[in-house]
Design a protein around this ligand. Structure first.
Ligand SMILES: Nc1ncnc2c1ncn2[C@@H]1O[C@H](COP(=O)(O)OP(=O)(O)O)[C@@H](O)[C@H]1O
Ligand SMILES: O=P(O)(O)O[C@H]1O[C@H](CO)[C@@H](O[C@H]2O[C@H](CO)[C@@H](O)[C@H](O)[C@H]2O)[C@H](O)[C@H]1O
Length: 478
């Protein structure tokens, strides 16, 4: 990476370590370079807002590099209102000393993004190619509300999302991989197809690295603008509330309790089926031959091989897991297509107009080529089934401290809740009973997802690893 007129690398290293979205926390790293790729169009009254790409090199056995996007607001004087987002101060050759803040926290700066997207809608083809190299693209007819203020989401996110009032949401991608970002390309297709189960795409921002790919140029997709789902409630939070309700009256069956979730699970099944159908219409669908089906099972085997050293408790269940993958090996007529790739209840939102599915980026830890590869839709179904298993266990962890009695009754209710919602979701998705082959395919994907979760929990929430481990233990059990 080429150097830019910026501070020493330590300034960015210190800032990355403080953020939620930096994926390399806990690993030894250094800043390999900082590159200034563009500046937002502005008037003389606006702050200077620049987009820097920070290349991080890892100094551990795994090694490798990653690139993170850090948009900055640059002010000549300190801005105390932005103290919490202070990155550093340094001298820039053309401007002198500047105080730099993470621009996502700065309303004055975010207004520049919104204005540029608004201008793009009035340019030929909906494209605004700013002279600094940033390219704003718009689709659809939505008129942006320029009077709104921006609010940065505070949730546990791998990217950064900013809401413009209740009108639009902009997701700024933090880890940048050259090429197509499936969150944009899939939303683009689903929006143009009129899917009712997503937030419509309004536009996106990209930049072409002219010097990359032997002078051919490579596109880097930097941000996505979409419909703000104003009446949304998070599917995971709703499921937890339903379980809490049930535990509070543990003498009732799941279907008798006030917060029964089954009708929602059913609607979610229908929504996922509709999204898969639209994706199958607009992206290629491949019917796999025997070798390719065996390849899917091989990938699951490899994932287990890689998980074993991280989660040694898996060893006791490895034979049962491999037997589930072997049953997949024997299947014929397996189709693959564009899927969500990382579906769980936390990626679903209940709005007054029904369920919406968000975040089509795939599993963030997977390389882009793997995330773009067609996969079986049963991977998404399996993700949801695992989530229905997680919810009662997570509530039990919260409940157990305050209510140590009655744990056995709750465990019974937990299984009843998970079973009921899995069944309603699955039957609605499949439109009836599953065939033996579909069941074998689904079981393999559920096993694969549970193995992935044991690794995810060991690394991120070790206290939760028992949840997927219990699921793994059930695989192959009579
Ligand atoms: N269009 C939307 N309208 C309102 N809230 C949204 C919308 N899309 C996502 N969200 C909320 O923002 C959170 C983060 O979005 P997500 O796409 O999962 O980000 P990330 O890629 O950083 O994980 C979601 O859990 C959801 O609650
Ligand atoms: O949302 P992400 O793309 O970051 O997905 C990762 O984190 C999820 C947790 O937030 C994780 O999901 C696992 O925990 C959920 C409860 O918190 C549960 O509903 C899911 O079923 C379970 O897989 C996901 O696996 C991981 O990729």
């Amino acid at each position: 990476m080429t150097e830019t007129p910026s501070p020493g690398p330590d300034v960015f290293a210190r800032y990355l370590e403080r953020t939620r979205w930096f994926g390399g926390k806990g690993r030894p790293f250094s800043i390999a370079g900082v590159r200034r790729i563009g500046e937002l169009p502005r008037t003389a009254d606006d702050p200077r807002v620049v987009v820097d790409l920070v290349e991080v090199g890892y100094d551990d056995d795994q090694g490798g590099t990653e690139v993170y996007q850090v948009p900055l607001s640059l002010y000549t004087d300190p801005e105390p209102r932005l103290d919490h987002a202070f990155v550093g101060w340094w001298e820039e050759p053309a401007y002198g000393w500047v105080h730099a803040y993470d621009a996502l926290h700065d309303r004055e700066a975010m207004a520049l993004w919104l204005r540029a997207f608004d201008r793009a809608a009035r340019e030929p083809g909906g494209n605004l190619n700013d002279e600094s190299g940033l390219r704003f693209h718009r689709i659809g007819e939505h008129e942006l509300d320029l009077e709104t203020h921006s609010t940065l989401f505070s949730g546990e996110q791998s990217n950064s999302s900013v809401a413009f009032g209740e009108d639009a949401l902009m997701k700024v991608f933090r880890k940048i991989t050259p090429g197509v970002n499936p969150d944009i390309s899939v939303h683009d297709v689903l929006t143009r197809a009129g899917s009712e189960h997503i937030a419509s795409l309004y536009g996106w921002l990209d930049w072409v690295d002219e010097g990359a790919d032997e002078g051919q140029g490579t596109t880097l997709q930097l941000a996505m603008l979409q419909q703000f789902l104003r009446t949304a409630s998070d599917g995971w939070d709703l499921a937890l509330a339903s379980v809490r309700n049930l535990y509070a009256e543990a003498d009732l069956h799941a279907y008798e309790a006030g917060g029964d979730f089954a009708a929602e699970a059913e609607r979610l099944g229908v929504a996922l089926r509709e999204v898969h159908d639209v994706l199958a219409e607009h992206f290629p669908v491949d019917r796999l031959d025997a070798a390719a089906v065996a390849g899917l099972a091989d990938d699951m085997d490899t994932r287990l091989d890689q998980a074993l050293p991280v989660v040694p408790e898996l060893a006791a269940h490895a034979d049962a897991l491999r037997a589930a993958y072997d049953r997949l090996r024997g299947l014929r007529d397996v189709a693959v297509q564009q899927v969500h790739g990382d579906l769980h209840l936390g990626q679903t939102l209940r709005t007054s107009l029904g369920w919406k599915i968000v975040d089509f980026e795939g599993e963030p830890a997977k390389p882009l080529a793997e995330r773009l590869r067609p996969d079986s839709p049963w991977r998404d179904v399996a993700g949801m089934l695992r989530s229905f298993d997680y919810a009662p266990h997570v509530v039990e962890r919260q409940f157990a401290d305050d209510h140590p009695d009655n744990a056995e009754q709750r465990a019974y209710r937990a299984e009843e809740w998970a079973h009921r919602n899995r069944n309603h979701f699955l039957t609605a998705y499949a439109g009836g009973e599953l065939s033996d082959d579909q069941r074998a395919l689904l079981e393999a994907y559920v096993a694969d997802k549970a193995v992935y979760e044991t690794v995810y929990e060991t690394r991120n929430r070790p206290a939760w690893v028992a949840i997927p481990l219990e699921a793994v233990a059930r695989i192959g059990a009579p």
